[in-house]
Design a protein around this ligand. Structure first.
Ligand code: UDP
Length: 240
């Protein structure tokens, strides 16, 4: 029996690029979709919010002179490339999935309808959300929290390349301590690089727990879904 029956998996574009650091690494996409399939087989209901940072991140591009709003639309469009690739790999593995986009790209995907999404999730189909919130100046982390709240998911799983949250940067400080759990407010105060501030404050407001974990370790997604103490859980510890 899994602890997290329904969750939103936030996959960064960076994860899909593997070691290349740009675009999609097909081998990486293959094992990531395999992990998703295995976790789905535990009986979980999985929505994926996909990032686009493997192609473009608005805030970085803006520093090179492109107008922020335009760069953000480019970033949102980039999430569609990843979404379509994930859908394809999942379907090849026999996992039915469906993409919903917040920007209109009607020929490729469906428009969002939360009732329909809920029934797909219950049928064991994976839903993939592209386009983030549909608004410039936001991130796909924020989209994941919004979707988790709307779909009454148990948590957002923030899949990263790091093990979770440390009290200080482990790349700089050898004595950095790993934190298994942390409150929203502490996470906000620490200005974590691993998840954006808007997403954190919204999660606090909406009481959505966020599990930050290392997706690169095979089997971790399943373990997190089963409630094993993997990664760092961000939630309101006083309220429980
Ligand atoms: N983006 C946006 N609004 C959103 C979601 C994303 O403008 O609601 C843009 C933004 O420029 C962002 C890019 O799309 O940098 C890619 O999304 P994100 O950075 O969240 O992707 P990740 O880093 O997780 O791959």
């Amino acid at each position: 029996m899994n602890t997290y029956r329904r969750f939103l998996l936030k996959l960064s574009g960076e994860l899909l690029s593997g070691e290349k650091g740009f675009g999609i690494d097909w081998e990486t996409l293959d094992w990531i979709t395999e992990e998703i399939k295995e976790t789905l087989n535990l009986g979980c209901q999985i929505g994926i919010v996909i990032g686009g940072g493997n192609f473009i991140r608005g805030i970085d591009s803006a520093t090179h002179g492109i107008e922020r709003k335009r760069a953000d639309y480019m970033g949102m469009i980039a999430t569609y490339l990843n979404a379509i690739a994930i859908e394809d790999f999942l379907e090849k593995k026999g996992v039915e999935s469906k993409i919903y986009g917040s920007l209109g790209l009607r020929n490729a995907l469906d428009t969002y309808d939360s009732k329909e999404v809920l029934s797909f999730l219950k049928e064991g189909r994976v839903t993939i959300f592209a386009g983030g919130t549909g608004n410039p100046y936001f991130s796909t982390d924020t989209a994941a929290v919004l979707k988790a709240s709307e779909l009454k998911a148990n948590a957002v799983f923030k899949a990263t390349k790091v093990d979770g949250v440390f009290d200080k940067d482990p790349a700089i400080h050898k004595d950095a301590k790993f934190l298994n759990q942390i409150s929203y407010l502490d996470a906000i105060k620490m200005r974590l690089r691993v998840i954006d501030l808007t997403a954190l404050s919204l999660a606090m407001e909406l009481c959505i727990p966020i599990v930050v974990f290392n997706m690169k370790v095979r089997g971790n997604l399943k373990k997190v879904a089963m409630g094993e103490p993997i990664g760092t859980i961000i939630r309101d510890w006083e309220a429980v």
